[in-house]
Design a protein around this ligand. Sequence first.
Ligand code: ADP
Ligand code: MG
Length: 347
Amino acid sequence: MLEDKNQSRTSLSELGEFKLIDHLTQHTVIHHKDTVKGIGDDCAVIGQGKTQTLVTTDLLVEGVHFDLSYMPLKHLGYKAVMVNLSDVYAMNGMAKQITVSIAVSNRFTLEALEELYAGIQLACNTYKVDLVGGDTTSSTKGLMISITAIGEVEKEKCVYRNGAGLNDLLVVSGDLGAAYLGLQVLEREKQVFQVNPNAEHELDKYTYLVERQLKPEARKDVVQLLSDLEVQPTSMIDISDGLSSEILHLCKQSKTGCQLYEDKIPLDQQVISTCEEFDMDSTTIALSGGEDYELLFTVKQEDFPKIKANPNFSIIGHMTDEPDLIQLVTRGGQKVDVIAQGWNAIG
Ligand code: ADP
Ligand code: MG
């Protein structure tokens, strides 16, 4: 019998997600030399040979990660796959298989779960990934969905979070902030609907935002494009939690700092107009919003010509020699320190 001698009572809210993971896994021992990378990147990396295996897993919980009052089940299935594939692409690899595990309460009908699986199948067919297993069980309340993705990468192409070097350029694909604003729009609609179920939906001018929230696409195309351009990123991460948090991960693991330029952060026109309408700061939304599932990576200065004119990429900053210090150069030329959630307008 294993005895639990730990009598203290520490609230999890004191720790936060990352410190909790560090704490729980601090005594983890690697027993196999083909475990090339364990905890700490977008995927675990396994295998000593020319081709390595990538593994990543994510758990989505109803009421925490999704709200079925505005998230159709088909979209949820699709998004749950994207969240995982995105982590495989963030290692510069290709996803090949997934497993899907669900816990469902008796509130759900067969037809509802068929919808969920229609979304999963659509994602698998679109991204050429095979559904190879999973687990099904009941839950007392709500729906939980956990997906594991398995991928492949050539050893010399595998990109970690820790490879950024001094003066490397910081590059992001696509644009930022739209998924978070999409969620705000949907939350607002839900509240309007609760007050007046007959109210007209006013989603026309937010179509891009809502689509980014309900049907995100993982950037498989970016991995292919980087390969075509013969660009090997020095570090890479996918943007699930917001730009500032992801830059901090790259900086921490690469032992660098970063200088970021506000006017270079890519924003869609709908993000700009909706921020004005909601009286929100678009830079703050891009920095802290999350769920964009774009790829954030660094490249050597010599790769600048290959990246600069590409409409898929924005060069938003460069890495510096001041560890963990992320500075935002504002449109007005002021330098402000960025913290993981949003930014401090001081200095
Ligand atoms: P991502 O946002 O890319 O999905 P996370 O922030 O969820 O990554 O996780 C960071 C790292 O911690 C990953 O390597 C992940 O596999 C690992 N991790 C997360 N939760 C646990 C856990 N409960 N036990 C062991 N490792 C974990
Ligand atoms: Mg990730």
